[in-house]
Design a protein around this ligand. Structure first.
Ligand code: SF4
Length: 467
């Protein structure tokens, strides 16, 4: 029995979510091929020979790319069982079924894929199954032999002109919080699941000492929130640092946890943490309340100052355009970023992101969203919405264009920020804009990935051309 696991896009890193189920499927007896279309072309022979094709849908862009890929897979192999797995699989199960999907597995998907494989091996196809689960699983060390080498993926710009090869792993999945806009919430509903420390460390070890190809010099932890299980996280980074003191890492930690676990931050720094991604989303109290983010504007400021004192780089992410965004609010966001000295820390794309409302979003339960909803867009896989102030929609397009131009022209973050600041002041009716005194630097002076983290983009022509 041949199994093909496919990923279309996984935020610039080698997909853990191919390597982890590959290990379990192999243990169950399957012949597994992994094909990462973010960096490789489609392995047509593997498609033609597969009895089971697993398509990984961790987030929005990957789902849209997978939907676009499906007709080609069906044409090459109409008989293969198509299993969609990852967060977006159960959220879009009806639609995915209507276009030819057979099974849908959200949450902890490794055992679900094995179950389908065993059913198929016994000629007992579990067509149309929804095997979504948040049960605790046994994990095997991910099988990475079949994946492109680490240098094919995003690298780390250290901030001093040097770069590092990046490995990737996950120490937990799900989240114990319920931010309303987060696609993890409808699937995990406030639960998080840990991956045993020995498996995580074995996975890191095999990336630092690979059988072939360049070795990881930095590890990116992809946990939705690294401090959902603080003891688990600290045990792992302490062990990592003891064994590989030269290896650095980054993780994602929410503002609330940065403050609640402030005592752990020095140890993160000591064990090699180079930067922390933190989902701030907004600096407006009413928007933070509607999103149920669990922090305030002042909390963000306190967390930023705390990180600065300890010497930990913070990489804040935002969802600046929501149904409740105002131009003054956006100006307040830019002012806050400048005031906190975080201009270089924010990837410009983070200032152009528009709220995405997928199926199952907890935002849909909010009375305040109703007046803004315009119906579900099947192709875009999201609920369309509009700001009540139409001029904010135009302003959003203007901001997105400035960010696109900045990326196209390879502008520094500071240059793009200044262009955004100027446009925002003009949009707010300030005729003679004053710009913050920021000197554009030729190089980014903080650590950051060569590919900024965001998951809700339109698939690009380049991505589509690889399908
Ligand atoms: S803390 Fe982060 S991962 Fe958890 S629900 Fe909120 S946005 Fe999602």
């Amino acid at each position: 029995m041949q199994v093909l696991l496919l990923s279309t896009y996984d935020l610039g890193h080698q997909p853990f979510s191919l390597a982890s189920p590959a290990a379990k499927l192999k243990s169950a007896g399957a012949a597994v091929t992994c094909n990462d279309l973010a960096v490789d072309s489609l392995n047509e022979d593997a498609v033609k020979g597969a009895d089971l094709i697993g398509l990984y849908l961790q987030m929005h862009t990957a789902t849209r790319l997978s939907v676009a890929l499906l007709p080609r897979l069906k044409a090459l192999n109409p008989k293969a069982h198509i299993a969609f797995y990852g967060l977006y699989a159960p959220l879009n199960a009806d639609y995915l079924k209507s276009i030819g999907g057979d099974s849908f597995i959200g949450g902890e998907f490794e055992d679900g894929l094995v179950e389908i494989y065993l059913d198929l091996a016994e000629s007992n196809p579990s067509a149309g199954s929804d095997l979504t689960s948040t049960a605790n699983l046994d994990f095997d060390r991910p099988l990475r032999d079949d994946l492109p080498s680490l240098d094919c993926y995003a690298h780390l710009n250290v901030g001093d002109g040097s770069t590092k090869i990046v490995g990737y792993t996950e120490a937990s999945r799900g989240c114990k919080h319920k931010c309303r806009h987060c696609p993890i919430v409808p699937v995990y509903q406030g639960r998080f699941r840990i991956i045993p420390a020995d498996v995580v460390l074995a996975d890191i070890r095999q990336q630092i000492n690979p059988k072939s190809g360049p070795a990881a010099e930095h590890i990116s932890f992809g946990d939705p929130d690294f401090l959902n299980g603080p003891r688990h996280a600290m045990d792992i980074v302490t062990a990592l640092h003891e064994e590989f003191p030269e290896i650095t890492y980054d993780a994602t930690i929410k503002v609330e946890h940065l403050l609640k676990h402030a005592d752990l931050l020095p140890m993160l720094k000591e064990t090699g943490c180079l930067f922390i991604t933190t989902a701030v989303e907004s600096v407006e109290e009413d928007v933070l309340r509607l999103l149920d983010k669990g922090h305030t504007h002042d909390d963000f400021k306190r967390a930023a100052k705390l990180a600065q004192e300890i010497g930990l780089t913070l990489a804040p992410t935002f969802v600046p355009f929501t149904p409740w965004t105002t131009k003054q609010g956006f100006r307040h966001l830019l002012d806050t970023i400048a005031e906190l000295g975080l201009v270089e820390n924010v990837a410009p794309i983070q200032l152009a992101i528009r709220l995405l409302i997928p199926n199952g979003s907890y935002l849909l339960d909010l009375p305040e969203i109703e007046p803004h909803l315009l119906g579900y867009d099947q192709e875009a896989l999201s609920h369309r919405w509009q700001n009540t102030d139409e001029s904010v929609e135009e302003f959003c397009s203007q901001i997105q264009e400035i960010v696109e131009i900045g990326a196209r022209d390879n502008q520094s973050r500071i240059e793009t920020f200044k262009a955004l600041y100027k446009a925002t002041q003009q949009a707010c009716g300030i005729d003679t804009p004053t710009l913050p005194d920021l000197q554009p630097l030729p190089l980014l002076t903080i650590p950051a990935m060569s590919e900024p983290w965001f998951c809700c983009a339109e698939p690009s022509q380049e991505q589509l051309s690889r399908l």
